[in-house]
Structures are given as C-alpha cells and as structure tokens.
Design a protein around this ligand. Structure first.
Ligand code: SF4
Length: 464
C-alpha cells in the first residue's frame, strides 16, 4: 500500500483504559508493529493516555488530519484494533481508488478488523461536513450523516457471515480480541482466517458473561407461571454477586428483575446502594407492581442505568386480570407519563396471546417513550407466542453470554429452562460460568438436547 496515512484514533473511555491499561498497551503496540512500514498518525480525545495529540471534537480532529494528510489517502482505524487485517484493508483501499469514491465505508464486517478510508482529494474538505461538538469516535460511520448530497460514498460489502456472531474485534466488552491475538501470533489475518478460526474454536466466543439477570424478589404478574423459590434475595447474596461481577466481568450488563418486580423487594434501597461500587450498565426491570416515586427517582439518579416498566396492556380488564394489583392501568399510565425525568425510562409490552392484538394501540399510547416488546418466557407456556427462528440453528446466545440468577442464589441454565446448574450459596459465579461451558460445547457440536426445552426452544437466537 502506498501513498497512504494510517490514522489511529483513541476514543476509549478513561476508566476502561485505566482498568485494562497493560492489555490495551500491548494491543496498541501490536498494531503499531503491524504498521511498522506505514505512515501513522495517532490522535485521540481529551482523555487519551497514548498520545499528546488530543482533540475536543471530531470536527477539529478531522481538520488536523486534513493538514497532515498531504495528498495521501487516509485510512481511519481504532487505536486498539490489534487484529486489523492489512490484506482486507488493501482491498477496501483499492475498491475506493478504482471507483474514485470520496469515502469508502465497510458493511457486514465486525468493527476492528477492516478500517474505512477517505480519499486524498476529499479529506481536505471532510471536516467541514462535521457538526461542531461531535464526539470523537474511532469509526467513520457515525461522524456525519452520510445522506449529505455531494459526497460520493462507496460501501465495501463482505460476503463473510462473521457479522452473525455479533462480536467485534475491539477490546471493549471483553470481546475475543485478546485471546485471538495470542493465537494468531501477530501474523496478518484476514476475515476468512478469522471465520475459520472461530468455526474450529467456538470457545473463543465464550469468554465472560456479558448479560447477568438477577431476580431479587419473587413477586410477579401473570405472565410467568413457573414457581421457583418464593423469597427475597438476601443482601449478602446480592453483595457477593456484585463483588464477583466486578472481578469477573466488569463490562457486563446487569439486569435486575427476571420475573419478579425489584421494587417489591423490602430492602430495594439497600441492595441498590451496593451498585454504587461498580460502573456496569444496569437495567431495573419492573413489572409495574409498585409505583414508588422515591424508588423511581433513586434508580434514575444512578448513571448508566435504565428503568423499564412492564405495562403490556391497553385494556383495563385484561390489565387487572394479569397484573393482579390494586393500581389501575390508568394510574400506572399517569404515573409513568408524569415522571419529570423520563430520559432513561422504557415501557414494555410482554408479547403473549392476550397482548398480541393490542400491540399497535400500545405503540400509539406510548409514542413519546421508547417501547420494548418482549416475548413471554417458556414458563408462560399457555399464552406464549411462537416466533419464526432462523433456518440454520447455531449454539444458543444465552449459553454463550448470559447468566440468570434466582432470588435464592441458584443459577439457571438459562431463563427458558428450569434446570438449575449451581448455587451461589456453595459456588462462585466464575466456577458456575465455567461449568456451563460444557453445555455451550454440546451446542457447538449441534447436540441440542441438553435440557427438556432446548430441542423445541425458539429463543436460541435471541440476543439480550
Ligand atoms: S436453546 Fe433455549 S432452552 Fe436451550 S439454553 Fe438456549 S434459551 Fe435455554
């Protein structure tokens, strides 16, 4: 590749950097050594710890790149894209040059493998299309609205199915990158090689849990008919879970709810305060069984936290029948709509035979708030709706990335199955997670009979 400038952009969160400093530095060094014969510019946001070339926003950053490019085509990539494929990058570059595009974006390729490019003619003006104050990011895709007229944008499409694995090759969320880098011994890889590697070593995809659902209260509504233990989670177990999450998977999303309404826990405030010690994103998933302004305000005061109210119905009689509470649908609707701070509030409809017909009206009723539509779990067998699943089955995403913890500390195979695979009263989170590898391995060998539900389950492709 000649006449090009590789621009490595550091937009990583400072706290994340501090936590994984050693690993990130190693990955960055690997990228630098891969590009040893290329012209490189390393730049970043105000928090960058790897460069002194720091910028406030994308517009000023690209203005600087324009000055440095000096008649060279520019390749934009993440400063921690240690698995960047030079062969595929060359294909993208040639695609842009041969078709004389201003810019070439990539599609169907996980982030971090193949960068995007800007032609030497266009880089001079590109910064002028960017709004002032636009946050710095290492991908070109979100920098401007590509519908702007006058920019000739090419899209390089990959035929690889790697995108179906929903992974990226950037060191965020503890993706597979650190592990693959070690295996590849710094040779230049291609999308094809990664495809093959992950087909042969599916375990690489299952590192740490990324979604942990915790039921703290058993008080639920009529959607979930399975009766597990009826108790409140103790503060000690909750503390143990939070401490272990912090060690094992500090980037995991924590969802508090499962089937029970967390606001029905008598010590919700005490449990919630334990989340102050961690920075994970948290979802509080209420079944709308308790309308508490105090608890709502408390949840919404925590950064990185979303609050979901399951309302599900638009007809009062059906609502009463399923929710079995003293509030009316009208009261709940009024409560949610009157919240002053609705920025992180979601409304949910649990899809089942009784709610299916009302979806359109529900969306109209809640048009001013984000709406989630979620299928009832297997335990709502009588009224569960069935979805069309993809034709080709693959190992279940839940086994690859989720843990479901019940209020007594026991852990389920997944939230569709009643198989209990361990208990936090005896075991650690990490040992149960590792034990579950066995089930994922079976799925990887297309053995789908690991529990009563698995063979007929239509949730294996659902991504939480
Ligand atoms: S296929 Fe269904 S029952 Fe089996 S592990 Fe996945 S979600 Fe659970």
């Amino acid at each position: 590749m000649n006449n090009i400038l590789f621009v490595l952009i550091d937009s990583i969160d400072k706290n994340f950097y501090l936590r994984y400093q050693d690993k990130l530095n190693t990955i960055h060094e690997k990228l630098l050594s891969k590009l040893i014969n290329q012209d490189i510019l390393v730049i970043g946001n105000q928090d960058s710890m790897i460069t002194d070339s720091k910028f406030m926003d994308s517009r000023s950053l690209y203005q600087y790149i324009a000055q440095q490019a000096q008649e060279r085509d520019v390749i934009i990539c993440d400063a921690f894209a240690g698995l960047l494929s030079l062969r595929d990058t060359e294909d993208v570059l040639n695609y842009m040059r041969n078709n004389m595009y201003d810019v070439c974006l990539t599609e169907n390729i996980p982030d971090g493998l193949v960068p995007m490019t800007i032609s030497h003619e266009f880089i001079k003006d590109f910064w002028q299309y960017i709004d002032e104050g636009n946050m710095i990011q290492s991908s070109l895709k979100g920098v401007i609205d590509w519908e702007y007229k006058g920019i000739d944008v090419g899209v390089y499409l990959s035929s690889s199915l790697l995108i179906m694995e929903r992974i990226d090759f950037l060191p965020i969320n503890k993706g597979a990158i650190e592990y693959i880098i070690d295996l590849m011994d710094n040779q230049d890889i291609s999308i094809k090689m990664i495809d093959q590697l992950l087909t042969e070593k599916t375990t690489l995809l299952r590192q740490n849990p990324q979604y942990i659902a915790i039921e703290i209260s058993s008080e639920s509504d009529g959607f979930h008919t399975k009766s597990f233990s009826h108790q409140e989670m103790s503060t000690d177990i909750f503390r143990k879970i939070i401490t272990e999450i912090d060690e094992l998977c500090p980037e995991a999303l924590i969802s508090i709810g499962v089937w029970g309404d967390p606001f029905m826990h008598s010590s919700f405030k005490e449990l919630f305060s334990l989340l102050d010690t961690i920075s994970n994103k948290v979802l509080i998933e209420c079944r709308s069984l308790c309308l508490s302004q105090e608890l709502t305000d408390l949840v919404l005061s925590r950064p990185n936290t979303e609050l979901i109210f399951d309302v599900s119905f638009i007809v009062e009689s059906l609502f009463k029948q399923h929710k079995n509470i003293s509030y009316s649908l009208e009261q709940i609707t009024h409560f949610i709509k009157s919240l002053e701070n609705k920025g992180h509030v979601w409304v949910r409809l649990t899809r089942c035979l009784e709610t299916e017909e009302g979806i359109k009206d529900f969306l109209i009723e809640w048009k001013d708030l984000p709406v989630l539509i979620t299928k009832a779990d297997s335990f709502g067998l009588d009224n569960k709706v069935v979805d069309l699943a993809p034709i080709k089955r693959h190992p279940c995403f839940a086994l690859r990335r989720e843990l479901t913890i019940l209020n007594d500390g026991s852990i389920l195979l997944c939230r569709q199955s009643d198989e209990i695979v361990g208990s936090l009263l005896q075991d650690s989170l990490v040992s149960i997670w590792r034990k579950n590898q066995l089930f994922f391995d079976k799925h990887s060998k297309q053995e789908y009979n690991i529990c009563k539900i698995c063979m007929s389950c239509d949730d294996w492709w659902v991504w939480n």
